[in-house]
Write a protein that binds this ligand. Structure first.
Ligand SMILES: [Mg+2]
Length: 412
């Protein structure tokens, strides 16, 4: 049976909330930005008008003023963004309990089961569009399709305040002419590889022989080839599924004792990958990290630390855990087992604190990479992709043992 998937994207979210709360801003070219006192303040979000003048998210404030000397920059009000993000979600939940947030302003909805009650996907999208507008004073653009990838593509095609329907019948005509980098998971590196093969549009990608793609891009090539042909079967993760989870951890006992920081850090990095993957799968972010280390005498110690910001990035988890280990563990004995745990979990759609937006682009990029790694592993198995630093002489047991909980954590 055909699935009916919606992807709803709140248009210029932070900037729109600010203009809705203070309508006088509508007459100005405005953006939401970090502290103006600090030299390193950046643009967090921009209005449509500012976008037209070349203002980009992540740009330094002084650069934005070069694009537009009259730009009005307002401070972010995160509690408002969280509030309106939740209110939008409540509207989505009128139509389905299968709502999967993607960042603070985007969500996928699986409304397949709701069509008998509320009409076609397009009709449901239309109701949502109107309700968000009349109840919240905000606009959304919604893509309607038979899979998540095309639904997301659709929400980008017409905006603001618009609906795009991509069907099995019309997707070649609607999607195949678009630049290949519009496809989710085609980042800059993949794009340039594809361009070198003469692939510039999604259609080029779809028609390219898959065995050739595989030889050029590996399994990632097969994945995006399937996407371009409308073969994305990934599910929308139901709402409420994540709220029961208080922490996510992974521990292993090594096949021989770890003898130095490097060996322990490699294990931490490997464990952190699957923790990040689980966080992303459940739409959660961690605000703290805990490690539990047992030495060769099976004597265990536990330490934990808060992170500067909440994150669902494996790299943030592993970096924090490694630092924690290196400043806490006294090397009198070699290490037998290591457990890393993401703690103080919150929904990932809650925006991170302002001071940390300094490296927003970097972090978004990292998260994108990790999301594609998740997708590759989901489709092709855990070993399909890994970090170069983790290849080689490695004292970890087979991956199949990964999900065994460590006794050290039972009951904690
Ligand atoms: Mg948006």
């Amino acid at each position: 049976m055909n699935r009916v998937i919606l992807h709803s994207d709140m248009n210029s979210f932070y900037a729109s909330v600010e203009m809705m709360l203070n309508p006088s801003l509508k007459d100005t070219v405005m953006a939401v930005g970090g502290s103006t006192e600090k030299r390193n303040g950046i643009i967090l979000a921009k209005s449509e008008k500012a976008k037209k003048m070349g203002v980009k998210t992540g740009m330094a404030l002084w650069e934005a003023r070069q694009c537009c000397p009259d730009i009005v920059i307002v401070h972010p009000q995160y509690e408002q963004y969280i509030k309106y993000s939740k209110l939008a979600r409540e509207i989505y939940e009128r139509y389905t309990d299968r709502v999967e947030p993607f960042g603070s302003d985007e969500s996928w909805l699986d409304v397949t089961q709701s069509t008998k009650l509320y009409g076609s996907g397009e009709q449901i999208a239309e109701r949502i569009r109107q309700e968000v507008k009349s109840e919240l004073g905000l606009t959304v653009s919604i893509g309607v399709s038979f899979n998540k990838i095309f639904a997301k593509l659709g929400s980008d095609m017409k905006k603001p305040d618009a609906i795009t329907v991509i069907t099995r019948e019309n997707f070649k005509e609607k999607v195949w002419g678009l630049p290949v980098e519009d496809l989710l998971f085609v980042g800059r590196a993949t794009k340039s590889k594809l361009n070198r093969c003469g692939i510039t549009t999604i259609g080029d990608l779809a028609r390219f022989p898959d065995y050739l793609l595989k030889s050029k891009l590996g399994k990632n090539g097969l994945m995006i080839h399937a996407y371009a042909n409308g073969k994305d079967i990934s599910p929308v993760v139901p709402v409420g599924f994540e709220s029961q989870i208080k922490s996510i951890g992974h521990g292993i006992t090594c096949i021989s004792d770890l003898e130095n920081n490097t060996e322990v850090c490699n294990v931490i990095q490997e464990l952190s990958q699957s923790i990040g993957q689980k966080l992303r799968k459940h739409g959660l972010a961690a605000r703290g990290v805990q490690i539990y280390i047992r030495d060769k005498n099976l004597y265990g110690s536990q330490w934990q630390t808060q992170m500067l910001y909440s994150s669902q990035c494996s790299l943030d988890i592993s970096r924090t855990a490694k630092e924690l280990f290196m400043r806490s563990y006294r090397w009198t004995d070699n290490v037998r087992s290591v457990t890393v745990r993401a703690i103080n979990l919150i929904p990932a759609y809650i925006p991170v604190q302002l001071s940390l937006f300094n490296d927003i682009e970097q972090r978004e990029k990292m998260l994108k990479i990790e999301r594609s790694i998740d997708e590759i592993r989901r489709r092709f198995g855990y070993d399909a992709v890994t970090y170069a630093s983790l290849i080689g002489n490695f004292k970890m047991p087979d991956h199949r043992n990964f999900d065994l909980p460590m006794p050290a954590f039972l009951g904690r």
